[in-house]
Design a protein. Structure first.
Ligand SMILES: [Zn+2]
Length: 549
């Protein structure tokens, strides 16, 4: 349970992080562990455990601890503490004996092995544990006296879990965890009753426990996302909130499958996978990133076996604009009172943006996974004999925009060159690029366009976006001629029916984009993001419209 942290203060107990386990779910050797309905990734965690004796003899002995864990619910619980993940019945297994210190030898040099159904599956050692029992007791005593008989685990032995290897255990698994000198702790994972929908894709071996008719169904997950079939073989996951970061994903269910965009963070990506898993039998072979923004690439790391396709500019651009560390810093600052006050004083819009993201987003554990197959112009894939076109159309919304066209299905997955029912934004490209690309998509004669944000549309949706852009560009030109700044102009422009779109204050970006052209600025002039969010905030406030991003 305890994981030592670095940098102790001299002469003081080393700070450790730990969590408390459910004392009502302690089990012994030979336990039958019921399979909770909410998980399809029940896993073991072999740990070395120390038992506290008393003040004279703090270490009473050592034993094995199997900290049974449900992996598919673990990430969201990292925010509030482990409950579903660790507290299931019989989930804290100890044994088979308490081995006294004189028998153990060096507890931090013991070989560990895991056998499943009689076959060796995982191997490790206690030698990677940092720190000892005395450190654990010393830190716990800072909080409260440690009662005789208390058991402390030292954390999972590396390489000894299903999570380490992506090799999860099945119902009925007979598990033997052997620690040199400590004995062998055995348990059996029981057969589940009907499983609830998992946050992660359904494993083929668990399909029979799921009540699935194969019909696409609305999400039962945490976010208001839903699955839509848009043609015979094309599907979309639509993010109903439709604010910044609430991006859509698409899926072409032909051949080995093609996924379009991977959501903004791991919780959303897991829910997207969960939704698509009622359609796909296995994770797709191709993943296309529509462009470099984090809300379209954030789940890339969950597709390690896929070929990730993107425009040639993406690896470099993603490092510039989609680094999860920056999002983590913003959310950390927004959730820390003193820092929040500091940001609010200088950047009210930035602070409001952070608060909005905190409602739904969690960028922890995210790693930048850049495309491995780079496209310069057009790439034609053949999925089960059907042509799928990946077409570079940037710069428009950003530098590396591509769309996916499935001609035989009449479907275009547009990414952020098309927004619906929310105010479009662009970080690159010019108005004429936006109009050129709307023309290009219309020229493909799609029956269905899946926008980057907002509900699925047809050609009418493209015209709606074009009308908005034309209106704002014309109004901006007039305001420019009258000598207004772009911020003043954005506050004054009448949005008409478009005031009802999500995040109306983002009109500022469209006005500023027009001003850049009117001023003759360089096309790739970078945006000051903090100042931009502040301006969006001010515009929404001035118009009496919702402050949204
Ligand atoms: Zn987006």
């Amino acid at each position: 349970m305890a994981a030592p942290k670095p940098a102790p203060e001299p002469g003081r107990p080393k700070r450790l992080s730990f969590y408390k386990a459910n004392m009502n779910s302690i089990a012994g050797d030979g336990a039958n562990v019921p399979w909770p309905a909410y998980t399809s990734r029940l896993d073991i965690e072999p740990e070395l455990a120390v038992v506290y004796g008393n003040a004279h003899q703090p270490v009473a002995g050592y034993c094995i601890f199997n900290d049974v864990s449900a992996r598919d619910v673990q990430v969201p619980e990292m925010v509030g503490g482990f409950c579903l993940t660790k507290d299931m019945a019989q989930g804290n297994q100890l044994g088979p004996y308490l081995v006294t210190v004189d028998e153990v030898g060096d507890p931090f040099d013991l070989a560990v092995s895991v056998r499943v159904n009689g076959h060796l599956r995982f191997e490790g050692s206690t030698s990677e544990i940092v720190g000892g029992a005395e450190e654990v007791f010393a830190w716990l005593e800072v909080m409260a006296p440690v009662a005789p008989g208390s058991v402390m685990g030292f954390g999972t032995i590396p390489d000894c879990t299903g999570l380490d290897h992506g090799d999860f255990l099945n119902p009925g698994a007979q598990i033997e965890i052997e620690f040199e000198r400590l004995g062998t702790l055995t348990c059996t994972f029981e057969q589940p009753q009907a499983l609830l929908r998992s946050r992660w894709p359904v494993r083929p071996s668990l399909l029979r426990y799921h009540e699935r008719g194969g019909d696409p169904s609305p999400s039962t997950g945490r976010f208001p996302m839903s699955l839509e079939q848009v043609s015979d073989h094309c599907y979309a996951v639509i993010n109903a909130k439709n604010r910044v970061c609430d991006a859509n994903s698409g899926y072409v269910d032909l051949g080995d499958g093609l996924l379009f965009d991977t959501q903004s963070d791991l919780p959303h990506a897991h829910q997207m996978i969960d939704l698509f898993s009622s359609v796909w039998a296995r994770m797709p072979r191709y993943v296309v990133n529509s462009h470099e923004d984090i809300d379209h690439v954030g789940g890339n790391q969950l597709f390690p076996g896929a070929q990730i396709i993107g425009h040639r500019s993406l690896p470099e651009r993603m490092r510039e604009v989609a680094d999860p560390k920056e999002m983590l810093q913003l959310l950390f600052a927004t959730s820390t009172p003193q820092l929040r006050t500091f940001i609010q004083a200088g950047h009210r819009g930035m602070a409001a943006m952070g608060r909005q993201l905190l409602e739904d987003y969690d960028f922890r554990l995210m790693e930048l996974a850049t495309p491995t197959a780079l496209v310069d112009d057009t790439l034609v894939l053949h999925l089960d004999g059907t042509e799928v076109h990946v077409i570079y159309v940037g710069p428009c919304h950003n530098v590396g925009d591509v769309i996916v066209h499935v001609p035989s299905e009449g479907v275009v997955f547009a990414g952020d060159v098309v927004f619906q029912q929310c105010t479009p934004i662009a970080w690159a490209g010019r108005y004429d690029d936006s109009f050129r690309i709307l023309d290009l998509i219309a020229g493909l004669h799609p029956e269905v366009v899946v926008p980057g944000h907002g509900p699925v549309c047809g050609l009418d949706g493209l015209e709606e976006m074009r009308a908005y852009l034309k209106h704002v560009r014309e109004e901006s030109a007039q305001a420019f001629a009258r000598g207004l700044t772009s911020l003043e102009a954005a506050k004054q422009i009448d949005l008409g029916q478009w005031a009802a779109w999500r995040a109306p204050g983002r009109v500022y970006m469209n006005v500023e984009r027009a001003y850049r052209e009117l001023r003759g600025d360089e096309a790739d002039l970078p945006w000051d993001r903090a100042a931009t969010f502040d301006a969006i905030y001010e515009v929404a406030r001035a118009k009496g419209l919702p402050v949204e991003f």
